[in-house]
Unconditional design. Sequence first.
Length: 353
Amino acid sequence: MRIEKTLQSRIGDMDFDNISFGNQYSDHMFCSEYKNGEWKNSVIKPFGNIVFSPICPVFHYGQAVFEGMKAYKDKNEEVFFFRPKENFKRINKSAIRLEMPPIPKDIFINGLRELIEIDKNWIPKNYGQSLYIRPFLIAKDGVLSARPSQDYMFIIISTPADAYYKRPLKIKIEEKYSRSAIGGVGFTKAAGNYASSFYPTRLANEEGFDQILWTDSSTHTMIEESGTMNVFFWLKNKLLTPKANDNILSGITCDSIISLAKKLGFHVEKRGLSVSEIVKGLKTGELKEAFGCGTAAVINYFKMISYKGDNFFLPDIPEKKRISVFLKKELLNIQHNLSEDPFGWRVKLKNFS
């Protein structure tokens, strides 16, 4: 791996007490090329623009996948990743579905470890803050034909991150648009999944909602995800979440919450969740909490869910009594090395291999 360090760090311009997600980027990025059937030319270099041909397939056919992961610092300045090998497995699962070459383990791990070692000063120290890391794989050969690319580039960039949402959310149950379909790529982190959500989300925003609660594409009767997050419901003293399938992304944060909640004694179920069951719970008051979770958001609870023009406000529970707030704190404590990690999720930067 070649390393080209920047001559002038931009970290002096960074206000770590006023972080806006995705607007400031660390000094360096990692790049590796796939050409003629092999990976080569791995380099860490100063963050900056990259020149591509206008006929790259990523621009025309959306052949691109990505990941979202985080690095944390504890009070002793030790740096930790959170379940990084799950991100490695998932980006390759996404790549295979989009007919892209899997990223070799040594390129992913060595590139990530060396990049964050160089840019570790960009990791915020405050509780709840992190360095959000974005690995992504794009198609880049110069042929306009509608076929899989022959050439690819794997890139890793990072950005200091605070809370993605800073308030409880108002959610609308979607009745027309879909995030994914049976047999499609909903279970992957394909770029097009997110682009297709922008328009219906804007429509919901214009109606006064923060996000959409996605439903199945066939009947719009089954709950799937919320915006870019997996979703949980505290209904009848059970913590419920839709079972992952071809339509639903297997969230690493979601899986962590399930494991953590079970260890803490909660009754957790992964199963099909119908819109009618959730609406009934809202009407009867048996649905006490609902919240979304993901790498960027961690956990964010909902204050209102709307369906067919009816707005249902969830119970106004004090923060200290909310299951969502409790689980978020327990998860953050593990991520920040403030509590024991019985699951082995926390991986020291220097031990990552």
